[in-house]
Design a protein around this ligand. Structure first.
Ligand code: ZN
Length: 154
């Protein structure tokens, strides 16, 4: 599979301290394992992989060509918190868990960082016991929480 990203997306990825190779790794792993959530209406995919204690996410669409498929990267982001078990699944989300083909839910999962466990909002698949954090939460809410925890420990 080829990976395509616009210059703007590449710039965002770089600014967030992520490497395009890691984003490719996330996509290739997700396409191989089918562990990802898909918005069936738009074909948008969110996948994650933990690389060096950081959970890296890729937001992309797959374009199927005659010979080769391409992944068009919409965005990439990360968080340092570790997602633990699912706390609840409150309402149906637009996402489908590709692994079990069940509806994914908007819910809550345990997130731990530097020894502190908090509950945070996530897209969850109770069947697979897996959870994904959306971009706006990872880049705003989780980044702020990680910063606070780091300050307290410093
Ligand atoms: Zn599932």
């Amino acid at each position: 599979m080829d990976i395509k990203a616009s210059d703007q997306v590449k710039e965002t990825i770089g600014k967030r301290g992520l490497k395009i190779d890691d984003v490719m790794d996330v996509i290739k792993t997700a396409e191989g394992s089918n562990k990802k959530v898909v918005d069936k209406a738009t074909g948008r995919v969110i996948a994650k992989k933990t690389i060096n204690n950081v959970t890296v996410y890729a937001d992309y669409n797959v374009e199927k060509g005659i010979l080769k498929s391409h992944a068009n990267v919409n965005s990439a982001y990360s968080h340092r918190m570790t997602i633990g078990k699912i706390v609840n699944a409150t309402e149906p989300s637009p996402w489908t868990c590709a692994h079990c083909n069940a509806q994914a839910y908007a819910g809550t999962a345990e997130m731990s960082y530097m020894g502190v466990v908090r509950n945070g909002p996530a897209i969850v698949c109770p069947k697979c016991n897996d959870a994904w954090v959306e971009e706006y939460l990872a880049t705003k809410t989780l980044a702020a929480a990680e910063g606070l925890f780091e300050k307290k420990k410093a």
